[in-house]
Design a protein around this ligand. Structure first.
Ligand SMILES: C[S@@+](CC[C@H](N)C(=O)[O-])C[C@H]1O[C@@H](n2cnc3c(N)ncnc32)[C@H](O)[C@@H]1O
Length: 272
């Protein structure tokens, strides 16, 4: 169906004001883009809204969990000048990380995960965390200096605000941004970009979109991680994820694999 800009604005408002998303602080561009993408495939307003909501549910993934940012922020404010190994600071990070399924899975082996990753990629001075979720809260276990330029991107404002509050607390430049990285990809030159556990959702949002997204990033190494098994832990997802990466690998790029516990990490680099 053809849809006017004015109507798109109204649809975006309708979705963002709905009970499900009112408190989520979602990026407007994400919803606008979904409407543009879906409009051509549907013949009625009702069907369009339904399709956009279905895609949004998969992107926002509310079932993965969300911490209570007010509570965590007020606890964070009570700590003075914490070092990265402060037990009070780490307790808050643990709690935040444990509230989201993607980071909760990494908690038992965070140190070794980053240790192995950075021993392959080198220690990044400029790091992008694409579709970061709560992963920046793992900073105390990354073994990186606080001079690291850590650019983190997500589409939920309360998450971004909390990450920046945390960065300020540990004296890191607060570079977290509410940005839809597919609609508005970062063009910062970086040593390393983390794109963890999101590439398969990108494929559902827009089949094949990873290819140009990866190709246009200005990073020396792109680390794409995907779950190595399904949620039951019994079925390997490695063959299908390898295919996803092969299908989207930009020209003149190489890929090598690391298995880090229950994630497979593909390290993608330009040849030469
Ligand atoms: C499955 S979680 C993974 C989080 C994190 N990368 C990790 O592995 O711990 C996906 C995250 O990506 C965010 N996200 C989804 N699409 C995005 C987009 N287009 N731009 C920025 N963030 C996005 C979601 O809000 C969510 O926090």
């Amino acid at each position: 169906m053809k849809i006017r800009e004015e109507e798109i604005k109204e649809l975006v408002d309708e979705i963002l004001d709905s009970k499900k998303y009112r408190q989520a602080g979602l990026n407007r561009q994400t919803v606008t883009d979904l409407i543009h993408q879906e409009a051509g495939h549907h013949t009625s307003h009702k069907k369009l809204i339904k399709a956009v909501r279905r895609k949004l549910h998969n992107i926002v993934a509310p079932y993965l969990g969300e911490p209570d940012y007010d509570d965590l922020s007020s606890r964070l404010e009570k700590i003075n000048n914490p070092s990265l190994d402060s037990p009070e600071l780490q307790a808050i990070c643990y709690e935040a990380l444990s509230q989201h399924a993607s980071t909760a899975e990494r908690i038992p082996h965070m140190d070794s995960f980053y240790n192995q990753l950075f021993s392959e990629t080198g220690t990044p001075e400029i790091l992008l965390d694409l579709a970061c979720g709560l992963n920046p809260l793992a900073f105390p276990w990354m073994g990186l200096p606080i001079t690291t330029r850590y650019h983190a991107y997500d589409i939920r404002q309360p998450r971004i605000d909390f990450i920046n509050r945390f960065f300020r607390k540990i004296d890191i430049v607060p570079l977290a941004e509410n940005r839809d990285i597919l609609v508005n990809p970062p063009d910062i030159q970086a040593d390393l970009a983390l794109f963890f556990k999101e590439a398969h959702r990108f494929e559902k949002r827009q089949p094949g979109c990873n290819r140009s997204f990866w190709a246009n990033l200005k990073v020396a190494i792109l680390a794409v991680s995907l779950p190595a098994t399904d949620l039951s832990g019994r079925h390997s997802l490695i063959p299908q994820h390898r295919k996803l990466v092969d299908d989207n690998l930009p020209r003149h790029h190489t890929v090598r694999e690391l298995i880090l516990e229950n994630e497979i990490v593909f390290l993608i680099e330009k040849q030469g």
